[in-house]
Design a protein around this ligand. Sequence first.
Ligand code: EPU
Length: 343
Amino acid sequence: MDVRYNQSLKDCNTFGVDVQARCVVRLDVKGSALSERGHEEVEQLLESGALRDAYVVVGKGSNILFTHDYDGTVIMLESSGKQELHVVDADGCRYVTVGAKCLTDDVVAYCVEHGCFGIENLSAIPGTIGAAVVQNVGAYGVEIGDVVERVEAVDLKKGTVCALRAEDCRFGYRTSLFKQCNGQYLITSITLRLKPSFQPVLTYKALAERVSGEQHADMTALGMRDVITQIRWQKLPRPEQYGSAGSFFKNPVVSDEVVEQLLSKYTDMPLYAGNKLSAGWLIDKAGWKGRSRGRVGVWPQQALVLYNRGSCTGTEVVDLAMAITEDVYSKFNVSLEPEVIIL
Ligand code: EPU
C-alpha cells in the first residue's frame, strides 16, 4: 500500500484539473478472484483508519470532476504490472474474469484477440473496467452491465469481501449499485459473460449506417473494433490533446408531453427508446457547440463533451455546465443532469 500526503491529482483525472488531495492511497490488489491471495493491501487499508474520514475510490479519473482540493483520501488501484485475465468456457459462453484495475480498452482488445465476443462496441472507452462497471458505461448499443456475470468487491463499510450477481448490481442507464452506494464498494474483479462466436451488434443507427450491407457480411470483431475506434475519435477529443470526461451530461429522460411538444416543433429531433432525448442535440441546437468560455469549451464535434482548453479549474467547468443547463431548460423545458461525478 502506497500512501502519500498532499498530492496533486492532475494526473489522476482526465479533465487534467490541478487540485490536491490530503492523502492518496494506491493499492496493489493482486489476483482477480476472491479465492486468490492478494487482499492484504485492502486489509491494511481497512486497518489504517483512513476510511474514517472522507474518501473516494478513483479508477483513472475519467468520469470525475474535482472543483476544489480534496480534504480526504483518494483510493486508487495500482494499474501497473501484468494484466490478469482468465477465460473459462461453460454452458456455451466464455466467462472472462478480469482485475478491476485493467483498462477497459485493453480488456476489449484481449477479448477480441482470444475469441470472446460481445464487447467490441465498447472499444476505445477510457478508464478502468472497474470504473466502467460503476457507471455502467455504454456505447453504440452495448452497456457493460449487459455482459457482467459477477462482480467481486470489498464492502468498505462492513470490511468484508462479497460477490454480486449481475441482477444484484442494479444496472441502469449510466448507473449501478456501486454508483448509488458511492464509497461503499471497492470493486476488485469482474467476470464478463461473452460469446464464443462473433455477432455484430448494429442496433445503434449511426453504426448500422456506417457498416453497410456487404461490409456487414464480412465484418470481423477486429473490424468492428476498428470502426468503433474511428467513430469515437472523430467525435471525441484525444485525451493526450485535451482533458475531458467524455459525455458531461446524461441523455435526459422526459415525459410523453415534452416529447410531443418538442417533436411538433423539431421533427428531426433524435429520440431513443424510453423517451430518452439526445443531450448533445439539445446543446447543439441551443447554439453551444464549439463555443468556449475562458479555459473551458464545448467540443466542436460533440456538444455533450466539455473540455479543458488549458489549465482550467473544475469550477470553470461547472460554471459553463450550469450556463448550458439553464439555457437548454429555458429553450426546451428539459433539465440536463451531469453524468460526471462532481466533487
Ligand atoms: N447530436 C447532435 N449534435 C451534437 C451531438 C449529437 O446533433 O453535438 C445528435 C447526433 O447527430 C445524433 C444524436 O445526437 O443524432 C446522438 O449523438 P451520438 O451518436 O454522438 O450519441 P450521444 O447520445 O450523444 C451517447 C453516449 C456516448 C456514446 C454514444 C454512442 C451518453 C451520455 N453518451 O452519446 O457516451 O459514446 O452515445 O453510443 O449516453 C460517454 O458516456 O462518455 C460517451 C461518450
